[in-house]
Ligand binder design. Structure first.
Ligand code: FMN
Length: 176
């Protein structure tokens, strides 16, 4: 493999985060690797910048401890976090940022919209969403955060798609 100074690493369960990471790596001309298969890439010499793409599951950013074991965490410059969290949900965004900084102290975070198709997820994920929905539905509308309301709407619709690839083009323009 040719020597490179940047790499893109992603974790993804149902493919949405992978699609964002793919688009970013293509536009940046950087190698792309699934977290589970990136040992060989991590041992390449000369890596100076690591870009991470990771989804949120149950308020946790997936894969951060694993990535920080394989790559030098100080070299992670940006973490793109994919989920249903509303951009207006400042408390949750702050909580996610704190989580990221524990593992990747030099990184900045960008939130990207996620996607859920209820019929396509695992039985255990369906059960979890059902429990979360039941909990939120009991609250009055005014007491739900924007993210909780998104969850309720997603569950009632059977799907939600908040993906926006233009955000990747914008992020690349800012980095260039
Ligand atoms: C069981 C389950 C739990 C989730 N929990 C959260 C959450 O706590 N916060 C959030 O913003 N998004 C949450 N999501 C939404 C996912 O982050 C979103 O579907 C994302 O696009 C998944 O990325 P992937 O397809 O790359 O795995 C959850 C989705 C599922 C299925």
């Amino acid at each position: 493999m040719e020597q490179t100074n940047g790499v893109v690493i992603y974790a993804s369960k149902y493919g949405t985060t992978e699609r964002y990471a793919q688009a970013f790596a293509t536009l940046m001309g950087l190698p792309l690797c699934d977290l589970k298969q990136c040992q060989a890439l991590a041992s390449e010499p000369g890596i100076e910048k690591v870009y991470v793409f990771a989804p949120i599951y149950r308020r946790v950013i997936m894969g951060l401890p694993e990535i920080s074991h394989v790559f030098d965490p100080a070299k992670v410059v940006k973490v793109f976090v994919v989920g249903m969290t509303s951009p207006e949900d400042h408390a949750t965004i702050h909580f996610l940022q704190e989580q990221m900084l524990v593992y990747m102290p030099n990184a900045t975070m960008q939130l990207l919209g996620g996607k859920i198709v209820f019929d396509d997820i695992s039985m255990s994920d369906k059960m979890l969403l059902r429990v979360m929905y039941g909990f939120e539905k009991r609250k009055a509308l005014a007491d739900r955060t924007p993210t909780e309301q998104r969850l309720v709407e997603m569950f009632e619709e059977g799907k939600a798609d908040m993906t926006d690839m233009t955000k990747i083009h914008d992020a690349v323009s800012l980095l260039e």
